[in-house]
Ligand binder design. Structure first.
Ligand code: ATP
Length: 703
C-alpha cells in the first residue's frame, strides 16, 4: 500500500503521542497519561524532550546526523524519530526498524508501513538539497538516461552536502531499570539458536565418526560409503558458520548490555560510597568487569555447549558396545569435573581479591607518589611491597596447581577410563563392529568436550569471582531514582509563580555523616531569594561543603525540609533539581577531563554543542581573562587539556571551573572556595564576571 507523505509525518503537536506509541511497540516504556503537546509548532527544546522521555519511562538521546551518514542512521538507529523540515515547520518520521531492505515506519494512524529507504532519504534531506538547486539546473541541460541522471545527482549532492548537518532526531532506548526481558532483547533467542545449531553440529560429527568407524572396523571402504561420509562432513560447514556468527553477535550484545548496566550502576553510587571504597579498589572492581565480559560471555556459553556435547556423548555411549556401564562412567567423570571446578573456584576467589587489593595498593601509591618522594626517606619508599607481592605469588602458585589438575586430569583420565570400560566388549570378540564404532564416536565426542570443559570451567569460575566484585555496581542500577512530577509544559522554566522571589527555603535541616556520632548540621533554617549574592563563611570543618552537597542534591537531609520554588526534591526529581542548582566543588574535588578546552567548559550541556553556546563560552572566557591563554594554545578552544594534554596552571583551572559552572545556565550557582588560588587582580575580574552572570549566587569562603 502506498501512503502519502502527510500520512507518515507526525506534526510536533502529536510528538508525545508518537513517542508513547513507539515506546509501547518496543515494550520499553509505560503509558505517559495525558501529556500536553509543546506550546507551539516549533522544535521542542532538549529539556522538554528529556522530560518527555522521563514521563514515558524511556531514555531519549539526541542525534544530529551528517548528510552522508543518513543511510547508516536509517539502517541502525531504530527505534528513533527523525526530523523533517518543510517551510520551516518541523515534523517527524517515526522509525520502527528495517525489514527485508525496507524501512518500517509508524504512520499517523498508528499502523506500521514499509517504505523504500530512498523515500525517507529524500524527505529527510529535502531541506538541505533545496539549498543547492543549481545541481538540478546543471543536470537539466545534459542528455542522459534517467538512471544515469539519478546517479550523477546523488554523487554531486553527496559531494556538496556530505558534511552538512541535518536536523536533530532522537533515538529511543529502554531505561537501565527496565525489565530484564526488555533489556535482554534478542539475546535469549540467539543463545537458543546457538544451542540448537551446536547440537545439530555435534550429531552430524558423531554420525560421521559412526560412518567412518563402522567402515574401518568392517574393513569395508566402498566409494559409496566414502561419498556418504563426505556429504555428512559437508553438512557441518554451514552449521558451523551459523554457530560462529551467532556466537559473535551474542558476545557483542551481552558485552554491550553488561557495560551499559555497569555504567548506570556506577552513576547511581553516592560520592561517599565511591570514597569509602577507595579510588584504587573501585578501579580494581571496574577492571574486573572486563574479565566478566570476556570470560562470562564466551566461557559460559561454550561451557553449556560442552555440557550439551557430554549429554549427547552419554546417549551415544548407551547405544554403543560399552552400553549403560560406560555411560555411567561418563556421568561419574562429569561429577569429578564439577568437583575439580568447585575447588578451582575457591582458590580463584582468594586470588582475585588479592589482585583487587594489589591494584588498589598500586593506585594509592601512584596517586601519592609525589608526596612520598618529597616527604618520605628513600629507604622507606617501598615499605610493605615485598610482603604484599610474596603473598600474591603464594596464592598464584596454589592456583596454578589447581588449574593443572583441571586441565590435565580431566581429558586424559577420561580417555583411559573409557577405553578400560570398552575392553571387555572388545576382547570377548562378541561386540559387532557397528556397536564398537558407535562407542568410539561417543568416546571421542566426550574427549573433545572434556578438553573444552576444562578451559571453559576455569573461565566461568574466574568470571563468577569477578562478578562478585561488580555485583554491587549492577545491583545499584535498580535503585529508585526520584522522577520529576513538574508539569511537562513547565520543564525548563520556573514551575511555580515566582512572584514571592524565594528560591530556596530550608527549615530545620539536619545532617549527620554515617561515620559520625554528632550531626554536622543541626536544625538549620535559611532562605535564598532570587538575585541574592550570599557569602557563606565558617571555620574549617564547620559543615559548609556538606551544606553545599545538600543544596545541590548530592546528599539528602535526614531531618527538616529543603524547598526550591516551594517544591521539594521528590517533586523536581533528582535530575530536575540538579538542572536548577549547580556548584563548583572545592579545587581538590574538581577535575579537568582529558578532552578539549571547549568540552571541559561545556561539560553538562549538550555535546556536540551549538554555535551559540560556543560563542557564549568564548565570551565568558574573555571576561574571566582566559582569552590570553586560549590565544596561546595552537588549537584555541579545541586544544586538548587534562592529564595528557596542555597542563593548566592552578589559577587557570580555577577559572575554567568557574566558567563551567556559570555555563550550566542554572538558577542558583554555588562556588566552594573557587577564588582561593587567584591573585587579587584576577580575583576581582573573576568576581565581577560571576556577579554579572549568576542569577543567584552563594560563595563559600573562609573568614
Ligand atoms: N564522608 C564523611 N564522613 C564522615 N565525616 C565527614 C565526611 N565528610 C565530611 N566529614 C566531616 O564533616 C565535617 C564538615 O565537613 P565539611 O567538608 O562540610 O566542612 P567545611 O566547612 O567545608 O570545611 P573546610 O572549610 O575545611 O572545607 C568535618 O569535620 C569533616 O571531617
Amino acid at each position: 500500500m502506498t501512503r502519502s507523505h502527510s500520512d507518515l509525518l507526525w506534526p510536533v503537536e502529536r510528538l508525545p503521542d508518537a513517542l508513547e506509541q513507539l515506546a509501547q511497540r518496543q515494550g520499553y516504556g509505560r503509558a505517559g497519561g495525558e501529556i500536553a503537546p509543546p506550546a507551539a509548532a516549533v522544535e521542542p527544546s532538549r529539556v522538554w524532550m528529556f522530560a518527555l522521555g522521563d514521563r514515558l519511562g524511556v531514555e531519549l538521546e539526541p542525534i544530529t546526523p551528517l548528510y552522508h551518514e543518513l543511510p547508516d542512521v536509517l539502517e541502525r538507529a531504530a527505534p528513533c524519530i527523525l526530523q523533517v523540515r518543510r517551510d520551516g515547520v518541523p515534523s517527524y518520521l517515526v522509525l520502527l526498524g528495517t525489514r527485508r531492505g525496507k524501512l518500517r515506519l509508524l504512520a499517523r494512524d498508528a499502523t506500521a508501513v514499509s517504505v523504500q529507504t530512498k523515500t525517507a532519504l529524500a524527505l529527510l534531506r529535502e531541506e538541505q538539497e533545496a539549498t543547492v538547486a543549481e545541481v538540478d539546473q546543471l543536470l537539466g541541460g545534459v542528455e542522459m538516461s534517467p538512471r544515469a541522471r539519478e546517479r550523477a545527482r546523488s554523487r554531486m549532492l553527496l559531494q556538496r552536502l556530505g558534511q552538512a548537518q541535518l536536523r536533530t532526531g532522537w533515538i529511543m532506548r529502554p531505561r537501565r531499570t527496565a525489565s530484564r526481558r526488555t533489556l535482554l532483547g534478542d539475546i535469549p533467542s540467539l543463545a537458543a539458536g546457538i544451542l540448537v545449531s551446536h547440537t545439530l553440529l555435534s550429531l552430524v560429527l558423531a554420525g560421521s565418526f559412526w560412518l567412518l568407524g563402522r567402515a574401518a572396523l568392517q574393513a569395508h571402504l566402498e566409494t559409496g560409503w566414502f561419498l556418504g561420509w563426505i556429504a555428512v562432513i559437508a553438512c557441518a560447514i554451514p552449521l558451523r558458520m551459523l554457530e560462529v556468527w551467532w556466537q559473535g553477535v551474542f558476545s557483542i550484545r551481552l558485552g554491550t548490555l553488561l557495560k551499559q548496566q555497569l555504567l548506570a550502576g556506577t552513576l547511581k553510587l553516592t560520592p561517599d560510597e565511591v570514597r569509602l571504597d577507595g579510588i584504587g579498589r573501585h578501579f580494581g572492581r571496574v577492571a574486573e568487569a572486563e574479565v566478566v565480559e570476556q570470560l562470562a560471555v564466551g566461557g559460559a556459553l561454550l561451557a553449556v555447549l560442552s555440557l550439551v556435547d557430554l549429554i549427547l556423548a552419554g546417549g551415544i555411549l548407551v547405544l554403543g558396545a560399552g552400553g549403560w556401564p560406560q555411560a555411567m562412567v561418563l556421568v561419574l567423570w562429569v561429577v569429578v569435573a564439577f568437583v575439580l571446578a568447585r575447588r578451582h573456584y575457591g582458590v580463584q576467589r582468594a586470588w582475585s581479591s588479592a589482585r583487587v587489593e594489589i591494584t588498589h595498593d598500586l593506585l594509592e601509591r601512584m596517586l601519592g607518589h609525589r608526596t612520598r618522594l618529597a616527604q618520605l626517606p628513600l629507604e622507606r619508599w617501598h615499605d610493605g611491597e615485598d610482603i604484599r607481592l610474596s603473598s600474591y605469588s603464594e596464592i598464584s602458585k596454589v592456583m596454578d596447581r589447581r588449574t593443572m589438575q583441571l586441565t590435565a586430569l580431566l581429558r586424559d583420565g577420561w580417555l583411559v577410563l573409557a577405553l578400560l570400560t570398552l575392553l571387555p566388549a572388545f576382547s570377548s570378540g562378541t561386540a559387532n563392529p557397528s556397536a564398537l564404532a558407535v562407542s568410539v564416536g561417543g568416546i571421542l565426542l566426550a574427549l573433545r568436550a572434556f578438553d573444552e570443559v576444562a578451559v571453559y570451567f576455569q573461565q566461568v569460575s574466574q568470571a563468577a569471582v569477578s562478578f562478585e566484585q561488580i555485583r554491587d555496581l549492577l545491583l545499584a542500577v535498580g535503585r529508585p531514582e526520584l522522577e520529576s512530577k513538574v508539569p511537562l509544559e513547565m520543564e525548563g522554566g520556573k514551575p511555580t509563580d515566582a512572584a514571592s522571589g524565594t528560591l530556596i527555603e530550608a527549615r530545620g535541616v539536619t545532617f549527620r555523616h554515617d561515620a559520625r556520632t554528632r550531626p554536622v548540621l543541626e536544625n538549620c533554617s535559611f532562605q535564598i531569594a532570587q538575585g541574592d549574592r550570599i557569602l557563606l563563611e565558617g571555620p574549617s570543618g564547620g559543615g559548609k561543603s556538606t551544606l553545599v552537597s545538600l543544596l545541590t542534591g548530592l546528599r539528602t537531609p535526614q531531618g527538616g525540609v529543603m524547598l526550591l520554588h516551594a517544591l521539594d526534591r521528590a517533586t523536581f526529581g533528582s535530575s530536575g533539581w540538579r538542572k536548577r542548582i549547580t556548584a563548583a566543588p572545592q579545587f581538590h574535588e574538581n577535575h579537568v577531563l582529558s578532552g578539549s578546552f571547549a568540552y571541559n567548559l561545556l561539560l553538562g550541556r549538550e555535546w556536540p554543542t551549538s554555535p551559540e553556546l560556543r560563542t557564549k563560552a568564548a565570551a565568558l572566557c574573555k571576561e574571566l581573562g582566559l582569552d590570553e591563554l586560549i590565544a596561546k594554545m595552537p588549537a584555541g578552544l579545541e586544544e586538548m587539556i587534562g592529564e595528557t594534554g596542555w597542563q593548566l596552571s592552578h589559577g587557570e583551572k580555577s577559572r575554567l571551573y568557574i566558567a563551567r559552572t556559570l555555563l550550566q545556565g542554572v538558577e542558583l550557582v554555588i562556588l566552594d572556595e573557587s577564588f582561593a588560588s587567584l591573585d587579587p587582580e584576577t580575583m576581582r575580574v573573576a568576581q565581577r564576571c560571576v556577579l554579572n552572570h549568576a542569577k543567584a549566587l552563594v560563595v563559600v569562603s573562609h573568614p
